[in-house]
Write a protein that binds this ligand. Structure first.
Ligand code: SAH
Ligand code: SF4
Length: 404
């Protein structure tokens, strides 16, 4: 098997670190975005302007602790310095194309970036806390058969600023500025489980995780950040060494035979290697277990024998399961397992000593599953376009059909 069967399209490579030519999200006037620069990059940019080293800390706090969106609001910085900064920099947020709140309080944003590409972010509240689910790519180069994002051809990596910007939009929406104490936050956790494979956009994702967890900014503890991967084995080792956030692995099958079919990445990094990477993940302990995500697909991976094989497969790994009812989308090949089957599956794992709760479907009324809002809005636009054309209105399509 070659990589081309795994990858649909090549992703735009990340600019090499330190590549001076690569400006961070420049605006129409060529001014760089302050959001998404690492702390070191920000310090370097300000030093190049002749600013003392404490300036970077001040600017950082305005951006990420106060959530300021205008350089002129940085009131402890002199007018002259602000004027110089405004010549070189801007502060961006992704544009909110749509914001939807579900009857169960799940909130979802469809965000548009400078080049018109869109990605989605979801907030899933839970009692006195909640998780913001962020995307790392537009679409995904992988082709997991059950995943709607996997059918979307158009792909580009999101930059660090575009990833962090999703969490900042959520903070804007709930007014959680300045950064509240850890105990008093609605937006208490981040899960990197939206569109895309984060470990195929490694550098930007790691920079974003560092920004999110910086104690003088957004201040999310690494224990409150979970990254989900389909199993990019070499990068799992890198992630453990570089940032050490919680790890979730999309397992979805107990044997290579089944996993090869539903997740083609398994042919490149099969279960034996994946399980070893989980065993070796630094910090994995009973207090900090790896989460195995497992989608319940009727007749595919949901038998009693599958559950028992799963328990054998993960033996010795400090882990828990998250059983996910399959969220069906138009044209998908699968059905969700029956409720009784899911409960039986969960019971077998529990008998083997593994916690295996079933994830509550959330935000069904606003299509909160992975990739669905974006697809739905593309479908709506295509329908409108077809209707306009059928009516003889030959208007511009602004390139949107390319994304269908
Ligand atoms: N690419 C990463 C993270 C994004 S996908 C990964 O695969 O882990 C986030 C989670 O949503 C994964 O566990 C994925 O398997 C799951 N998922 C994808 N399509 C789904 C669907 N139709 N129903 C339920 N879960 C789905
Ligand atoms: Fe990509 Fe994850 Fe969807 Fe697979 S499940 S296609 S890796 S987003």
């Amino acid at each position: 098997m070659t990589d081309t069967t795994i990858m649909k399209t090549a992703v735009t490579p990340d600019p090499a670190p330190g590549d001076a030519a690569a400006l961070n999200n420049p605006d129409a006037e060529g001014r760089e975005d302050l959001i998404g620069l690492s702390r070191e990059q920000l310090a370097g940019r300000l030093a190049a302007m002749g600013e003392k080293s404490f300036r970077a800390g001040q600017v950082w706090a305005w951006l990420y602790n106060r959530g300021i969106r205008d350089i002129d609001g940085m009131s402890n910085i002199s007018k002259e310095t602000r004027a110089k900064m405004k010549e070189r920099f801007h502060i961006s947020r992704p544009q909110v194309s749509r914001e939807l709140t579900s009857a169960d309080s799940t909130r979802k944003w469809l965000l548009k970036y400078r080049d018109g590409q869109e990605a989605e972010t979801v907030y899933i509240p839970d009692d006195d806390r909640g998780a913001v689910c962020v995307s790392t790519q537009v679409g995904c180069t992988l082709t997991c058969r059950f995943c709607h994002t996997g059918t979307q051809m158009l792909v580009r990596n999101l930059s660090a600023g575009e990833i962090v910007g999703q969490f900042m939009v959520a903070r804007d929406s709930y007014g959680e500025w300045p950064t509240p104490n850890e105990t008093g936050r609605l937006l208490s956790n981040v899960v990197v489980m939206g569109m895309g494979e984060p470990l195929f956009n490694y550098d930007a994702t790691v920079t974003a995780l560092r920004i999110l967890s910086d104690p003088e900014g957004l201040a999310l503890s690494k224990r409150r950040i979970t990254l989900s991967t389909s199993g990019v084995v070499p990068r799992m080792y890198d992630l453990g060494n570089d940032v050490g956030v919680n790890l979730a692995v999309s397992l979805h099958a107990a044997t290579d035979d089944v996993r090869d079919v539903i997740m083609p990445i398994n042919k490149k990094w099969p279960l034996k290697e994946l399980m070893q990477a989980c065993r070796d993940y630094p910090g994995a302990s009973n207090a900090r277990r790896i989460t195995f995500e497992y989608i319940m697909l009727k007749g595919i991976n949901d038998s009693d024998a599958d559950a028992r094989q799963l328990a054998r497969l993960v033996r010795g790994i400090p882990c828990k399961f998250n059983l996910i009812p399959f969220n069906k989308w138009p044209g998908s090949d699968f059905e969700c397992s029956d409720w009784a089957r899911i409960e039986r599956f969960s019971d077998i794992l529990a008998e083997h000593g593994y916690s295996a709760p079933v994830r509550k479907p959330r935000g069904r009324d606003i299509l909160a599953a992975c990739g669905q809002l974006k697809s739905e809005s593309q479908r709506e636009r295509l329908t409108q376009l077809k209707a306009r054309r059928a009516a003889g209105i030959d208007d511009e399509d602004h390139g949107e059909t390319a994304a269908q």
